[in-house]
Design a protein around this ligand. Structure first.
Ligand code: ABU
Length: 491
């Protein structure tokens, strides 16, 4: 009975051991139930409520903070409710995002990480995690095809930040004075990226003082890079090639882009946040051929490799740039006269100070699966997307958004309701089609049975983007999703 117990009765309270153990066992029980249900296809993916319903305090779930402490009984109820009204992103029928799944070893790793509750900035306070990060980054560089010894890298809070690091490093490499003198001391610099690249390129352009107008979107075909549109008085600095675009899962031709970067002495970054996982697969890694010619790579294990959020790496071919670019030598953290090799105080490579331990769950998963375990997991997801594509590509109920088999697990399609089938293409048909995916998605969320994303792209009406990155998904889940879209499409 926790109704008369409070946080103040738990450790470090005197005689708090017993109640602490009992309380944590209850929490573990809640978590284990959630884990079991996540994989149970008879449970829903979500129990949807509108924001105002949750804010009003549905079934006693009160989100407001109070001045008085709540009993541990209530805290346990809060834990249950938090999971109850959330979304089970590990459910085999959750296809909404690039990062899905609930890896059990990863989960154990995350629990341990929180228990250790340390900070990645110095070897002094995170000796084991810092070494794990170094070893894992070295392995990733080897897989990219770089000399493992020479490069560098760091885990960052997501792909957008990893991409931002790459631009900072490029700028520092060519114009080191920017660190002390700012953008006024350097020419007007241009960043090139493909039309379908992630919006974080523009975001970084804005945040780093380039200006979004100086982030030039290039059509994916390489001949357009060949005639990079250079504005008068501007200096091209950096080209981003995307390996696995967010919506289509397309791969830019890295070899050809690398040729151009070499010719014009430009920094080549490969945003493989989504596609990087395919490097683990002997069957699919050819899609990233040429990545070894890049100066930097973003690779998010929390996407295709199923590592729990968050886990994103920025990797660099050359050692020293990351440190040179970001180092501030704060005396209270990075004392030069420590008793150990201070090159392991990696925190000054980061733009943040405090840094979460993202490495342990990934390292533990790699230990538990081996490289070949990741390979099998990734191959399976790609096979499922091939299954989905072959299942719907020739049916009158569906229309594919782009021709040919998808390169990644993104399968993009329209559901065509009976009223639009056989109707010639026109503005009216496009306008009606544009409303179909949002309507079905809303019904899907309200029934809670499955989740898949939709979006417009360019002049294309809203279409579904199906993603398979959860190793728990099977053909039966793909069948279910298709049947569900058809069922809801008839409502
Ligand atoms: N950073 C891109 C994530 C997008 C997605 O999960 O759909």
């Amino acid at each position: 009975d926790f109704s008369n117990l409070y946080a103040r009765d738990l450790l470090p309270a005197k005689n708090g051991e017993e109640s602490t153990m009992q309380f944590l066992l209850e929490v573990v029980d809640i978590l284990l139930n959630y884990v079991k249900k996540t994989f149970d296809r008879s449970t829903k993916v979500l129990d949807f409520h509108h924001p105002h319903q949750l804010l009003e305090g549905i079934e006693g779930f009160n989100l407001e903070l109070s001045d008085n402490p709540e009993s541990l009984e209530q805290i346990l109820v809060d834990c249950r409710d938090t999971l109850k009204y959330g979304v089970r992103t590990g459910h085999p029928r959750f296809f909404n995002q690039l990062s899905t799944g609930l890896d059990i070893i990863g989960l154990a790793g995350e629990w341990l990480t929180s228990t250790a509750n340390t900070n990645m900035f110095t070897y002094e306070i995170a000796p084991v995690f810092v070494l794990m990060e170094q070893i894992t980054l070295r392995k990733m560089r080897e897989i990219i095809g770089w000399s493992a010894k020479e490069g560098d890298g760091i885990f960052s809070p997501g792909g957008a930040i990893s991409n931002m690091y790459s631009i900072m490093c490029a700028r520092y490499k060519y114009f080191p004075e920017v660190k002390t003198k700012g953008m006024a001391a350097v020419p007007k610099l241009l960043i090139f990226t493909s039309e379908h690249s992630h919006y974080s390129m523009k975001k970084a352009g804005a945040a780093l003082g380039f200006g979004t107008e100086n982030v030039i979107l290039v059509k994916i075909a390489v001949q357009h890079y060949g005639s990079l549109r250079v504005l008068q008085g501007h200096v091209p600095l950096y080209v981003n090639a995307t390996a696995g675009t967010t919506v289509y899962g397309a791969f830019d031709p890295i070899q050809e882009i690398a040729d151009i970067c070499e010719k014009y002495n430009l920094w080549l970054h490969v945003d493989a946040a989504w596609g990087g996982g395919l490097l683990m697969s002997r069957r699919h890694r050819h899609k990233l051929n040429g990545i070894e010619r890049a100066d930097s790579v973003t690779w998010n294990p929390h996407k295709m490799m199923g590592v729990l959020l968050q886990c994103s790496a920025i990797l660099l071919r050359e050692k020293g740039i990351l440190q040179g670019c970001n180092q501030m030598c704060a005396g209270y953290l990075f004392q030069p006269d420590k008793q150990y090799d201070i090159s392991y105080d990696t925190g000054d490579k980061a733009i943040q100070c405090g840094r979460h331990v993202d490495i342990f769950k990934f390292w533990l998963m790699w230990k538990a699966k081996g490289t070949e375990g990741f390979e099998a997991q990734i191959n399976k997801c790609l096979e499922l997307s091939e299954y989905l594509y072959s299942k719907i590509c020739n049916r009158e109920e569906f229309e594919m958004v782009f021709k040919g088999e998808p390169e990644h697990t993104n399968v993009c399609f329209w559901y065509i309701p009976p009223s639009l089938r056989g109707m010639p293409n026109s503005d009216e048909r496009q306008q009606k089609l544009h409303k179909v995916a949002p309507k079905i998605k809303a019904l899907m969320m309200e029934s809670g049975t499955t989740m898949v994303g939709y979006q417009p792209q360019g002049d294309k009406a809203n279409f579904f983007r199906m993603i398979i990155s959860n190793p728990a998904a099977t053909k039966s889940d793909i069948d279910f999703l298709i049947e569900e879209i058809e069922r809801l499409g008839l409502e």
